[in-house]
Design a protein around this ligand. Sequence first.
Ligand SMILES: N[C@@H](CCC(=O)N[C@@H](CS)C(=O)NCC(=O)O)C(=O)O
Length: 199
Amino acid sequence: MRLFYSPASPFAAKTRMAAHHCDLPVEAVPTVTSDEPADLLAANPLGKIPVLVLDDGSTVYDSKVICDLFDRMSGNQLVPQSLDAWRFVKTFEALADGVGDALILTVYEVRYRPEDKRYTGWIDKQMNKADRGLAKLEEMLDQLPAEPTTAHFALAGLLGWMRFRMEGKIEAERPKLAAWLDAFPTVFPAFTELGPRQA
Ligand SMILES: N[C@@H](CCC(=O)N[C@@H](CS)C(=O)NCC(=O)O)C(=O)O
């Protein structure tokens, strides 16, 4: 299996950590989405990473579906199967991903839009979504299962990315999440290698 990724992407890091946890062989293919390379667009018309290309050539996206596939391939090593635990983990994962989506839009607004065309009302709206989401994630943190799940990998991807894209924000505003991230490599040592890093 091949996985289109970039070192900074929180969503790609989530799927790479998940594959490692399940001991699934994945070849990581570095990809620059802003170049819109033909092989990426052929694999995912949205031009986003992560994308998984299976050995038979079929493609899988986005990060939630890739993680669900890994979960099925590994005999449910990523998501607990009791109804309540499944609901909690998948909702936590969706919230962490949603915070990432909102924050990435604020980054893209600055990166891709000329300064005189930027709209701070839009950035504020996305930032408010992210801030409400981070508060809720902090509230839910104690209920995470002890064993790593897709919720853990989504949160570690998000917070690891925030550490360099929004330096100081989690430490100043969400110290419980910051402490959780600091401790995560002791629970999952491969975070040091597979967590998001500034390209
Ligand atoms: N919901 C998607 C989000 C993926 C996403 O936004 N990826 C970013 C990189 S972190 C991307 O590919 N951006 C390029 C673009 O939007 O064109 C997922 O969970 O995989």
